[in-house]
Design a protein around this ligand. Sequence first.
Ligand SMILES: [Zn+2]
Length: 83
Amino acid sequence: MAKKILRCDRCGFELTEPEDIQMAYDGREAWHAAARARGIKPRGILPCKHYIRCGGEIVEVTRWSDRARRLLRRRGKPLAPEP
Ligand SMILES: [Zn+2]
């Protein structure tokens, strides 16, 4: 069965601790409000811990698709343009 994990959609940083995951869900509304206020359309649940460097967001992904996504990125699939 596919397992849901929380992972950065740019750098691949994963939230693995149950407390971190809980905090991410607790902070989702605040992030979405902050993002909208800055004119950003939130893609995920939270900005990545390395947001300054990677510009990614923590998104829900299923474990089985993890490999496939990484392979796609390695093949040079262009990332979404910066706002
Ligand atoms: Zn990241």
